[in-house]
Design a binder for this molecule. Sequence first.
Ligand SMILES: *Cc1c(COP(=O)(O)O)cnc(C)c1O
Length: 435
Amino acid sequence: MTTLQDCRALDAQDPLRTLRDHFTLPDGVIYLDGNSLGVAPMAAATRVAEVVKHEWSQGLIRSWNDAGWVDLPQRLGNQLAPWIGAGADEVVCTDTTSINLYKVLSAALNIARQDGPARTKVLSERSNFPTDLYIAQSVCRERGLELVLLEPEEISAALQDDVAVLMLTHVNYRTGAMHDMAAMTAAAHARGILTIWDLCHSAGAVPVTLKAADADFSIGCGYKYLNGGPGAPAFVWVHPRHTDRFWQPLTGWFGHAAPFAFTPDYQPASGIRRYLCGTQPIISLSALACGLDAFDATAALGGMGALRAKSLALTDLFIALVQERCAGHGLGLATPLEHAQRGSQVCLTRDEGQGVNGQGSGAYAIVQALIARGVIGDFRKGDGGTGRHKDILRFGFTPLYVGFEDVWNAVEHLRQVLESGEWQRAEFNQQNAVT
Ligand SMILES: *Cc1c(COP(=O)(O)O)cnc(C)c1O
């Protein structure tokens, strides 16, 4: 049995324990939702104030040159690149994940069309994050293609010659299950299929090797594990073998070869800059820069290897403590036990019929009761017992600022919430707009 003392000892030995000082964490909160919205880097408030007070208020339009605003998306892309296994000048931080997916999926489909026989399908996972599926639906509708949604175990057999693009999220938002990017990409390439990898739940959380895995396109979020702030600019990476082959469809002036030539005809910039569209949100990019700077501080302490080791230790501990201390309350585990298949989150399930008066699963109410105690995770709705997806209590473990004692305390609160039945109170059973 693991004890609170054991957890404190793990914190004392943790080589990354000082990284927490780079972040602002509210008192009395155990934050297990960094996979949804990362915490504020300590430097962000000052940096954003500086941008507003000096660069904007005083520098005004001159700051596009003087403060280096004009190439901020590329500079931040270069800062991020090593954390996702990309090279220099291959990444830009811009727009949202949804918008960037529209760009890369369109580009991939045009390349597929130029390169070979008619390929009429885009493959993805049924439990992919909905915005990815919504964007893919509209791209497929525009082009008369078919979006095929599969369960993970069905993907390999579906990689056939009529498929243009395999579009996957590396770490599943519902289960925390992680794909083998290199193996899946190789299997797709063997059939002439291009790959798009969504790194929303991977970037800054798990080792990612886009180039080494020979991926084709990638997108991901700035506001989750990268701690870039609510609605932070996302990122886009394109393998250099594809970058200059096609114009992405959102041909705004910031992706033009010479934006300030003001010519009437579009000429794409060479390289990844053509994946920019319009004028970039400088204040938001400045906050994202603070999130990325915190990763630079990590580099001296062992970098992604150390982050990954701690992340796995945290999720292992959480799983073990829930099993030891919360047994008998109908909790299941949706996250793989196998390390190679696990992201940086743990998802617990509850069956339908376990809620108040047998209504629903009670998962939402348990999460609300935990939040009221300062343990912030989140709830993701299942399919209501119609298929294979149960309601989920989701807990993200960001190794930058979550410690082992936090894990102990979170499980202790969960145990108390379940044993006291406090989650059954009416106030925890009313659904908010954002879950
Ligand atoms: C969080 C997330 C998104 C979010 O997309 P936005 O355009 O930033 O709203 C997209 N895809 C996945 C897989 C995500 O986890």
